[in-house]
Ligand binder design. Structure first.
Ligand code: NAD
Length: 525
């Protein structure tokens, strides 16, 4: 038999600028063996890192923060080049969020990692002292999307590193250079290179990372991929955090300021060309102000400038790729065919480039339409009216998603009362999306929007496992519940239960006496 000689081929992926379609670079697809080796290196480095004092770890984050602050414009330019968003958004929603996160970590991680006392309620257990230690998981695998290619992986990576973990990160194949830039800054800040490794590639590299010896996965992306990640994680009992899609409702009550809420709706639906997990994807407006609200939204939308994100006058950039554009087109066409009123946009803008879609407003949408049920992830504001607050709550909650929601009213008490009834990981009253920039606020959803949290205290807890340590204060004493049961043991226990839980004082006192007497008579083994 003749041997067939083959040379190994490295698969590569061309990365394109979504505004111009030009190729801006190429990434190689890591093989499973290369990913496994990266995880192995990360594991060795993590053992050393976990021994490093928290203050020393945080020094590297502080230096990273300084470098990022200095180089914010070049970082923003990299984000805009591969994700298409306007430079202003790249600075505000990518760089600033990460700078803020470092402040949060510097201020909170030392106390978070300090042993925490666990006071005991039971009088018998007061003879022991218990406390919690928070141990790093080890190697955290992070899989990221393209829509926030710098802030999403950076917040997660920095939180993982600060708490003593190593990270192997698989960025989106559409936007790998933002994550590589974050890595470059962390290396320049003095991070051991094995503590943060980036494995590039498409879904196969993500699957390779899940198959490698990681201790936890933090996945951010679509529901469909999230389900695949959850299945792979379940097969090997790998802990996971899933930050998935959203269909965030905006509820506008009849006392809202029309000028304010129309500006909010237009920004909330169109910023990042609607490609934000927290975008306004459904808008419900109380009847009384429905038409004036729509009129104001249409006027403001007409003033938006769509174009290349590098142009400082651009408000709305392109969609990431053709597949995303097609989803948006399909949802809009489906809604119009089913009776929605098109008030703005509703068309592609080929004169600007292949991936541009005009900011679109649809009125009188029905809840059965795809545009109200599936994640559209494009510059579309679908609006419908409602009569009562109960109806608005029912509409908002009638969704498979539960990432975030917003309520708009001049009466804060009214808004806060309504917020309490909404099923979502975050509900904002008189704002939206900005919760992502509040480092203390937990980020994550319920229902199909995901499992677990990133950001804030809950995000820190995801990076560690709790170890409970307990130390008995009387090491020379045998425990009351050990062997040597006999008939006295039941008396001791019953008396003890009466002492603690009987309703009547007299029974409690009797129980105490019974328990003590039985204990004295017992012979512990
Ligand atoms: P996606 O699910 O297509 O891809 C996400 C990542 O998973 C990419 O890196 C991709 O290469 C990788 N991947 C693909 N197949 C995989 C597999 N079988 N195993 C492991 N990894 C695999 O999502 P996307 O299109 O990049 O991002 C958009 C989605 O992300 C939207 O649904 C959006 O709502 C969601 N998102 C959610 C949040 C949040 O915090 N909840 C934040 C940003 C984006």
């Amino acid at each position: 038999m003749n041997a067939v000689l083959t040379t190994p081929t490295v698969r590569t992926i061309a990365v394109r600028n979504p505004a111009t379609d030009e190729v801006i670079g190429e990434i190689s697809c890591f093989s499973n063996a290369e990913i496994a080796a990266a995880v192995e290196r990360a594991r060795k480095a993590q053992r050393r890192w976990a021994e490093v004092a928290v203050g020393e770890r945080l020094k590297i984050l502080r230096k990273f923060q300084r470098l990022l602050c200095e180089q914010r414009e070049s970082v923003a330019a990299i984000v805009t080049r591969e994700a298409g968003k306007p430079l202003a958004e790249a600075v505000a929603t990518e760089v600033l969020v990460v700078l803020e996160t470092v402040n949060y970590l510097l201020a909170n991680v030392p106390a978070f990692l300090r042993p925490e006392d666990v006071p005991h309620g039971s009088p018998v257990m007061k003879l022991k002292r218990g406390w919690l230690l928070r141990e790093p998981h080890g190697v955290i695998g992070i899989i990221s999307p393209w829509n926030y290619p710098f802030s999403v992986p950076s917040v997660q990576t920095l939180t993982a590193l600060a708490t003593g973990n190593a990270v192997v990160l698989k960025p989106s194949e559409f936007t790998p250079f933002s994550a590589l830039e974050m890595q470059k800054l962390l290396y320049a800040a003095g991070l051991d290179k094995d503590l943060l490794q980036i494995v590039t590639g498409d879904g196969a590299a993500g699957a390779g990372l899940l198959a490698a010896d990681i201790n936890k996965v933090i996945f951010t992306g679509s529901v469909a991929t999230g389900q695949r990640v959850a299945q792979a994680a379940a097969a090997r009992l790998l802990p996971s955090v899933l930050e998935l899609g959203g269909k965030d409702p905006m509820i506008v009550l009849d006392d809202a300021d029309i000028d304010v809420v129309s500006s909010a709706a237009v920004w909330g639906a169109f910023m990042n060309a609607g490609q934000t997990c927290l975008s306004i994807e459904r808008c419900y407006v109380q009847e009384k102000i429905y038409e004036p609200f729509l009129k104001a939204c249409v006027e403001k939308t007409a003033k938006l400038r769509v174009g290349n994100g590098t142009d400082s006058t651009t408000d709305v950039g392109p969609l990431i790729h053709q597949r995303q554009l097609k989803i948006v087109q399909t949802h809009v066409e489906d809604a119009i065919a089913a009776g929605a009123r098109l008030l703005a946009g509703g068309k592609t803008l080929p004169q600007l480039g292949a991936n541009f879609y005009a900011p679109t407003i649809l009125a009188d949408v029905k809840h059965s339409m795809r545009i109200m049920r599936e994640e559209t992830f494009g510059p579309v504001l679908p609006v419908r009216s409602f009569r009562s607050e109960d109806e608005a709550v029912a509409l908002a909650n009638d969704s498979e998603f539960g990432l975030a929601a917003s309520v708009w009213t001049r009466n804060r008490k009214r808004g806060e009362a309504l917020a309490a009834k909404i099923e979502a990981g975050t509900v904002m009253v008189n704002d939206m999306i900005s919760c992502f920039g509040i480092s203390e606020a937990p980020h994550g959803g319920i229902k199909s929007s995901g499992i677990g949290r990133t950001h804030g205290r809950f995000g820190l807890e995801e990076m560690v496992w709790p170890k409970y340590v307990d130390s008995d204060r009387l090491p020379k004493m045998k425990k009351l519940w050990w062997y040597g049961y006999g008939p006295q043991f039941a008396g001791q226990m019953n008396g003890f239960i009466e002492l603690l839980f009987s309703k009547k004082l007299m029974n409690r006192l009797k129980g105490g006496a019974k328990s003590t007497k039985s204990y004295i008579r017992r012979k512990l083994l």
